[in-house]
Ligand binder design. Structure first.
Ligand code: NOJ
Ligand code: CA
Length: 755
């Protein structure tokens, strides 16, 4: 026990508590008549400052050591502002549980915790609480790139140490962190005698909700996040209805569960979002829904091949289970809880990571104008039929790449993605035997990688490598060295990876522990070679970008590509107004905005269900440090609106969600790093809407030269998506403007500081 070495200055008694106030390093001691001793240590120390990091750390630690004769049952921790309170308790049988309240009102009812194992007793009861410690932490850290530069990370922590009273007497720690914007908790299995490793068959974490909330959700699919979001009451939630989508051959939705982030609104108007942070060497968590009790229970993604969900050697910790809590929907978007619950940057110098806009030999394949494979016989445009009919035109040629580079250079766009450049594309979608097929270093004969790289360098455009694995990760892992050496040789600092199809080997799923580890291995390998990763068909974002800032972006949702070939009519107009409050809470999204030819002439049965002005707004609303201008160069021709894509920033000093409601609309303002220019974007669902923007966020005393890109008088996503107008304006702090958004529409504003 801590040795106390201080002079007692005074003594205060309140109920069962006695406080000895003292001088010295350990200031005070609290005595409770039932417990032995509670020393309160406090220390405040400015830790360090550096060029990029300003950190002020102050911590107060309260340790509660419980005596063997007493058996305390509960303990609490509150957020720094006191509004969120987490209570941990053991019930009479020693089963652990927690509950959460906001402003004195319960938001999570008492909910149980625990694990089921293979070859061991389940761990869910018969515990005693050995020790509880409270501490406080505060720092400011800097994002190398992000929605904002400086992030505040202030929380109060409670750690409880539990031990089983009988049997194997196993130990378990639970750490709770209470922030002003939500909570996180994780389990820690410490080193202990008699248990070396654990095979987890499931985690038994409950989230018992206080009512029949409105939920915004996608199914708890073990393989794919590319579902439409649904808005239902919890009592009406049925994810199993989405098992068979004609364009999703790899859905696997074993039970009525949802994937995270899942966002909810209570009848009192409070917003909650459930997710996880720091998913490391563990299985992704889906949440099983009890539609009668309004309860969620963790349902980890499993491995049918291995017959379990997670295998770990001790000691280890689980990912954080997170709940973001906000009185406004926009507060969820502005919350940095998920990144805060991750470890600091492990990659020292990340100056090789370049936030940028990029173009690509990409949309033309999704439209069916060209193909990935050399013979021109494969096309994603007929995805539903297995992608077997093509245009006869191979997209990734040296000549075509140069054409895109010229377009990018002329418009200040810094990146070029080329898909379909390498051998293997004649044997991907629709084939089961995809192991050993893709070659990540050998070009098709009509593509000269070196020539394209050099041409790009001359014009100031860098190449984004493309590695589609066709969900055969072992084939990719075998070639990681050669694939990344190739990138290093050519000075390529970004790669887009892809995992289309069912995972090989059979019985593994995209979101299981085996794949979580694969994705991390690729990220680490990429970092060693100074390559940033944009993963498609990825594992969910859980804030790992803080630790590995080369995790720049990912897909993990129904992206723009669906509009080109979906057999269900594409993304409905409300799609992105839900995505902003769900998927986007987890991290950057490679949505690939910027379609100007919205009727999709080559695809008579498809169209984009937004107006052109909304496509512009997406550069601000949907956050990613790499943003595609995805349309064909020829479709941008003659469009003054291209100026917005040229101007808009990709890296932000700060971001502010101005207004919004999931499924209806959202408006966000962001200040560009380095320039002080501001950009505002707003989008609406299928309903026409007026929105008033107060420009109070602008700095005092600057008149910004603004260009407003908005829906034209006849704009409508279905009948006239291309109708837009551009209006110049002068805007300063204190001004306000009202914008009309057409059905499926939006607006985008650039606010340039000028001289
Ligand atoms: C699916 C990705 O989401 C898409 O962007 C890519 O073009 C294809 N896979 C081919 O890799
Ligand atoms: Ca995809």
């Amino acid at each position: 026990m801590t040795q106390l070495n201080c002079a007692v200055l005074g003594l205060v008694s309140v109920g069962p508590w006695q406080l000895f106030v003292s001088q010295g390093r350990f200031c005070s001691v609290l005595l409770h008549k039932n417990y032995f001793l509670i020393p309160i240590r406090s220390f405040h120390s400015p830790i360090f400052t550096s060029m990029n990091t300003i950190k002020i750390l102050s911590a107060t630690l309260l340790l509660i050591f419980f005596g063997a004769c007493s058996s305390p049952k509960e303990t609490t921790v509150k957020s720094p502002d006191g509004r969120i309170s987490i209570r941990f308790n053991l019930d009479d049988s020693g089963a652990p549980g927690y509950s959460v309240s906001f402003n004195g009102k319960e938001v999570i009812k008492p909910s149980s915790m625990g694990f089921e194992f293979k070859g061991q007793e389940a761990m869910k009861g018969d515990f005693e609480l050995l020790e509880a410690s409270n501490s406080m932490f505060s720092e400011k850290w800097e994002m190398p790139w992000g929605e904002q530069r400086v992030v505040d990370n202030t929380y109060n922590q409670l750690t409880v140490k539990l031990k089983e009273k009988k049997g194997a007497k196993r130990s378990l720690l639970v750490h709770f962190k209470a922030y002003n914007d939500g909570i996180g908790f994780r389990y820690e299995f410490p080193e202990q005698s008699g248990v070396d490793s654990l095979i987890i068959m499931d985690e038994l974490t409950q989230f018992n909700l206080t009512g029949d909330h409105t939920a915004y959700w996608i199914p708890g699919d073990w393989d794919i996040y590319e579902h439409l979001y649904h808005k239902t009451k919890l009592s009406q939630l049925d994810a199993t209805r989405y098992r068979d989508h004609p364009d999703l051959k790899q859905t696997y939705i074993p039970v009525n569960a949802v994937n995270t982030p899942v966002t909810m609104k209570t009848d009192d108007g409070l917003y909650l979002s459930f997710h996880e942070a720091n998913l490391t060497d563990y299985a992704g968590m889906t949440l099983k829904v009890d539609t009668e009790k309004f309860s969620l229970t963790s349902n980890l993604v499993g491995s049918d091949r291995l017959g379990y969900k997670v295998k770990r050697a001790l000691p280890f910790s689980t990912p954080w289970r997170t709940i973001q809590i906000s009185e406004t929907a926009g507060g969820l978007i502005d919350s940095r809880l998920i990144v805060n619950l991750n470890e600091p940057n492990k990659l020292s110098d990340v100056s090789w990571i370049h936030p940028m806009k990029y173009v690509g030999i990409w949309w033309e394949m999704h439209l069916g104008n060209s193909t990935w494979d050399y013979q021109g016989s494969q096309s994603m445009s007929t995805f539903a039929e297995g992608g077997k009919t093509g245009s006869g035109i191979h997209g990734a040629t040296t000549e075509n790449a140069k054409r895109y580079i010229d377009f990018a250079a002329a418009n200040g766009i810094k990146g070029l993605l080329v898909e379909g450049w390498n051998i293997g594309w004649d044997h991907w979608i629709g084939f089961d035997d995809r192991e050993g097929v893709f070659d990540f270093v050998t070009c098709y004969p009509d593509y000269n990688l070196e020539e394209v790289v050099n041409y790009g360098k001359e014009k100031g455009v860098e190449l984004i490598m493309h590695n589609e694995t066709s969900a055969a990760p072992r084939t990719y892992e075998q070639q990681l060295d050669t694939a990344y050496s190739l990138m290093k040789r050519y000075g390529i600092h970004a790669v887009k990876t892809g995992y289309v199809g069912k995972i090989i080997p059979k019985g593994e799923y995209h979101h299981g522990q085996w794949m979580v580890n694969h994705f991390r291995k690729v990220l680490e390998h990429a970092a060693k070679n100074q390559v940033a990763v944009d993963a498609h068909e990825p594992i969910k974002a859980t804030g790992i970008r803080r630790t590995y800032p080369n995790a720049v972006s990912r897909e993990g949702l129904r992206g723009q590509e669906w509009n080109a070939w979906a057999s269900d009519g594409g993304n409905p107009p409300e799609h992105l107004s839900i995505v902003a409050f769900t998927r986007m809470l987890s991290g950057p999204i490679d949505f690939t905005p910027g379609v100007f030819e919205l009727t999709l002439k080559p695809k008579p049965n498809n169209q984009i269900n937004t107006t052109l002005a909304q496509q512009l707004a997406l550069y601000v609303v949907i956050y990613s440090p790499i943003q595609m201008a995805c349309d064909l160069p020829e479709n941008y021709e003659g469009h003054p609106a291209l100026q917005f894509i040229r101007d808009v920033g990709v890296n932000w000093e700060q971001s502010i969600t101005l207004d919004g409601e999931p499924g209806d609309f959202v408006a966000i303002a962001r200040e560009e790093r380095g320039t002080g220019n501001w950009f505002v974007g707003g989008i609406t669902d299928e309903n026409e809407r007026e929105i008033k923007i107060d420009f109070d966020f602008l700095p005092e005393g600057v008149v910004f030269k603004a260009q407003v890109y908005k829906d034209g008088p006849n704009a409508h996503y279905a009948s006239n998506p291309g109708d837009y107008v551009i209006e110049p304006d002068n805007i300063r702090k204190g001004d306000s403007r009202t914008f009309r958004m057409a059905p499926g529409g939006g607006f985008a504003i650039s606010l340039m500081k000028g001289e």
